[in-house]
Design a protein around this ligand. Structure first.
Ligand SMILES: *[C@@H]1O[C@H](CO)[C@@H](O)[C@H](O)[C@H]1NC(C)=O
Ligand SMILES: *[C@@H]1O[C@H](CO)[C@@H](O)[C@H](O)[C@H]1NC(C)=O
Ligand SMILES: *[C@@H]1O[C@H](CO)[C@@H](O)[C@H](O)[C@H]1NC(C)=O
Length: 222
């Protein structure tokens, strides 16, 4: 049974109309986050279809802004037998000069600051010799590692905690030995090679990140 509005003969009060227009402008602003650029002046408040909930609109509210993504660089510091991940050009240069480290490339694309649906990726540094770098989004696990004597290094960036917005898993691999080492990769080939040929143990998915190749295939905005 359909219910019809019973109060159409009443003139609408002025204040809610003003608030309604303001709210529509606000929602329109939110929907301009990325990929789709809405022109504010092109929408008259009465027929603003940007307020109609569609899958595209929900996605834009849920996802971070891909324009903010930065490369997460991967370094293999041979003197530390340790992999280091950082978004900082300065830190890449520092490690390559100080530790004769190898630059391995871009492991993933991550957000440099907090964005919708993201969580911090904590970086910790082992205090042993050789040292090691450990990354986790799990604050409980971070605190356990701190209690074992590791130190806070930095917050590397922000990543998704579930597989949304075209993200891919960031696999964690652990070389369990005195010269402990962690590898983080989006590549199943690299993951499987580390397990089968280099003695690493698979420790699950650290979080979900964007991949450089997503941009090349145009998958990001679909
Ligand atoms: C670079 O490394 C320093 C510690 O050596 C750290 O405090 C800083 O947050 C790092 N920068 C980035 C962007 O990760
Ligand atoms: C976080 O780490 C703790 C301790 O290692 C673990 O018990 C818990 O299951 C982890 N939580 C998630 C969501 O993985
Ligand atoms: C490590 O950093 C976290 C936040 O990033 C903070 O809550 C915690 O107190 C720090 N722990 C130590 C031992 O510095």
């Amino acid at each position: 049974m359909l219910l019809y509005p019973t109060c159409l003969h009443h003139p609408p009060p002025l204040l809610p109309v003003v608030i309604g227009i303001g709210m529509r402008a606000f929602i329109t602003a939110i929907f301009t986050v990325f990929c789709v650029v809405l022109s504010g002046s092109a929408h008259s408040p009465g027929i603003d279809e940007s307020t109609i909930p569609t899958l595209a609109h929900r996605t834009q509210e849920t996802c971070g802004d891909n324009a903010d993504l930065v490369p997460l660089f991967e370094i293999d510091a041979t003197s530390l037998t340790s992999h280091i991940y950082t978004t900082s050009n300065v830190n890449v240069s520092k490690y390559i000069i100080d530790d004769t480290a190898s630059f391995l490339g871009v492991a993933a694309l991550i957000f440099p600051f907090s964005e919708p649906s993201t969580v911090p990726l904590f970086a910790l540094r082992g205090t042993g010799t050789p040292s090691a770098y450990f990354y986790t989004t799990n604050a409980t696990e971070r605190d356990e590692v701190l209690a074992q004597g590791w130190q806070n290094w930095t917050t590397t960036g922000y990543i998704y905690s579930s597989q949304i917005c075209g993200s891919v898993p960031l696999y964690r691999l652990h070389y369990i030995a005195a010269n402990t080492d962690y590898i983080y990769t989006t590549s199943t080939a690299t993951r499987d090679d580390a397990i089968l040929n280099q003695g690493f143990t698979y420790e699950g998915i650290a979080g979900y990140v964007m991949q450089l190749s997503s941009f090349l295939t145009g998958a990001v905005c679909s």
